[in-house]
Write a protein that binds this ligand. Structure first.
Ligand code: GLY
Length: 426
């Protein structure tokens, strides 16, 4: 099959890598891709969030199946346009993408279909925000309704800070139209886990569990980022837990989508909090693989990724054998110094040893300059992944490889996986 992957980050590099190992793939394309992806796929310039442009590109290349990596093209309706053009697509249309694209939609959806989530208020003006905050105590959780590239969720220690953020979103348009409506919800304490599942709309299959590290600095300090590292599978996530997630979250989500006549073929990302009493609360849905979760989940998925995605698109996921992971992967994001705030780009990246067994380097914020030198071009630059029999081994391999990569002001967390390593002497 001729496959097109849309996107150009670390997640898409991992997706392209998984497709490259599939028995059903004859040709791989990517738009826009990145310098790491060019080694595995033909990269094309273009904007994945432009449905017409993507349809004509995929038609011209005679693409059989498109995998849409990031959320923006899904929310923009790229999947709808490609399907209308008769191309198989992994990723929901505009309607399904609301699960991620609108927090107001997703919270109301969960409430309506009995999916556990924290109690919330939808606020469209400052008086409604005040009322919603008055009902709650610190820490305050304030979220922008729309897509905000990971910058739309705030955890605030004081009432004043929470009111300031609300006013910045509503009055000063801090996040543009994404912040025109606001969700204020109860803070939920507990252990967070990411469950990624793929679905053809009728059957759901769960990929290996993972845990992200969202804060910029060691010990979960510093600002929230898109994710500074992850590992998969999570040692304490057992079959019983997965069954519970399926029963309480994923199956009701599919049933809810069906009741609302929303077709859905794609990824369901459930960010789940396990409360101290063992019950679950869904923090958020996304409708795509996580980044950097994909970079650790996909390498430990032992099935044929291409077959799994094709089965999703054809509606035959129920017929597919679903293997369990046999190894553990741990990924460390190397970011530009200063990320997620201001940072410089254009620094040369030196990667000693292009190939090291049981490790991968997935590109994200990288580019070639006019001389062809690999340089930094974004906040999160690379994800370095180690794969071992245990979490400890995966961590050792990942950090050994991290130490062979250099660019000016590079920053990475040194404690990815440590919480699980301490809890469980793996
Ligand atoms: N790593 C978090 C996300 O992809 O949303």
């Amino acid at each position: 099959m001729r496959i097109m992957v849309l996107g150009g980050g670390g997640r898409e590099h991992a997706v392209v890598h998984s497709f490259s190992k599939s028995s059903i793939v004859t040709k791989l394309h990517c738009c826009p891709g990145n310098p790491g992806i060019t080694k595995l796929a033909v990269c094309h310039e273009g904007d994945p969030s432009n449905p017409l442009q993507m349809t004509s590109l995929c038609k011209r290349l005679d693409i059989d199946l498109v995998f849409i990596g990031p959320e923006s093209p899904l929310v923009a309706g790229t999947a709808d346009a490609l399907r209308e053009a008769g191309i198989l697509v992994m990723g929901p249309g505009k309607l399904g993408a609301q699960l991620e694209g609108s927090k107001v939609f997703s919270k109301k959806f969960m409430e309506k279909h009995g999916i556990p989530t924290s109690s919330f208020d939808c606020c469209g003006n400052i008086d409604e925000c005040k009322k919603a905050l008055d009902k709650r105590s610190a820490p305050y959780v304030v979220k922008a309704d729309g897509l905000a590239a990971g910058k739309g969720a705030f955890l605030l220690d004081t009432y004043e800070e929470a009111m300031t953020i609300c006013s910045m979103m509503l009055d000063d348009m801090l996040l543009g139209s994404a912040g025109k409506n606001i969700i204020i919800e109860d803070f939920v304490e507990g252990l967070e886990v990411t469950i990624l599942a793929i679905t053809d709309g009728a059957t759901v299959r769960i990929l290996p569990s993972s845990q992200d590290h969202k804060r910029a600095l060691d010990g979960d300090k510093g600002n929230n980022t898109g994710g500074m590292g992850a590992y998969s599978p999570v040692p304490w996530v057992d079959d019983e837990f997965i069954k519970k997630v399926e029963d309480v979250v994923l199956t009701p989500t599919l049933e809810g989508l069906k009741k609302e006549n929303i077709p859905f073929c794609g990824v369901i990302y459930a960010g789940i909090m396990i409360k101290p009493n063992g019950s679950l609360s869904v923090l958020e849905y996304n409708v795509r693989l996580g980044d950097p979760e994909a970079q650790v989940v996909l390498p430990v998925f032992t099935g044929d990724f291409g077959e799994a995605i094709f089965a999703c698109c054809k509606g035959t996921l129920a017929d597919l054998d679903w293997p369990s992971p046999e190894r553990v992967a741990l990924g460390v994001v190397i970011a530009s110094g200063g990320y997620p705030d201001k940072y410089q780009t254009g620094y040369e990246i030196v990667i000693h040893d292009e190939e090291v067994q049981d490790t991968y380097i997935y590109h994200a914020g990288t580019a070639r300059d006019s001389k062809g030198t690999l340089v930094t071009s974004g906040g999160r630059v690379l994800t370095v992944v180690g794969i071992g029999a245990t979490l400890k081994e995966a961590k050792k391999l990942a950090y050994e490889r991290v130490n062979t990569v250099y660019f000016k002001d590079a920053h990475f967390r040194k404690d990815i996986g440590d919480k699980s390593l301490k809890e469980d002497s793996l």
